[in-house]
Write a protein that binds this ligand. Sequence first.
Ligand code: M6P
Ligand code: ZN
Length: 187
Amino acid sequence: MEYKNPIGVNIDLETGVIPGAKKLVRRLSSLKGYFLDEEAYNELLKDDPVVYEVYAVEQDEKDGDLNFATTVLYPGKVGKEFFFTKGHFHSKADRAEIYYGIKGKGGMLLQTPEGKAEWIPMGPGTVVYVPPYWAHRTVNTGDEPFIFLAVYPADAGHDYGSIAEKGFSKIVIEENGEVKVVDNPRW
Ligand code: M6P
Ligand code: ZN
């Protein structure tokens, strides 16, 4: 039997960086079609800001193994809509996931394949259990980076398809200085 070596790393709790992890950068241009307000999107695209970064420690896609990753989701809005991650179902749809809030303020939108949505507010110390079959997207509702850890089965995979097409049935917006979770008019 060949055994893998255990890993112990310290997450920088201020920046979310995991030393030695694979870094992925998602700029606004990679989120075309995701936000409601196309005019605001095109205006902001001139600067093409970084919306989020992911630091992932991933294993081969095998049953029983685990990946972990931090996400640094920057503050910002496109029109009224707060910056968010793309959001995905798992390719193996029955795979669950755990999130742990590290820094900043935000929340998670979750959704069943039938379109039933839930909003869970998140801050430092919040644990969110993402059950099997639920799509999940995080949203930064604050004015500093929202940083969290995610732990997910190595064989879960990412299925972006239907979320990329239709989004979630709810959107998270700022209205009169308040955070509101409202029906998505495009759903
Ligand atoms: C978390 C995990 C990752 C995911 C990342 C960004 O760190 O769920 O698997 O890739 O968030 O989310 P998305 O892939 O939806 O852009
Ligand atoms: Zn996931």
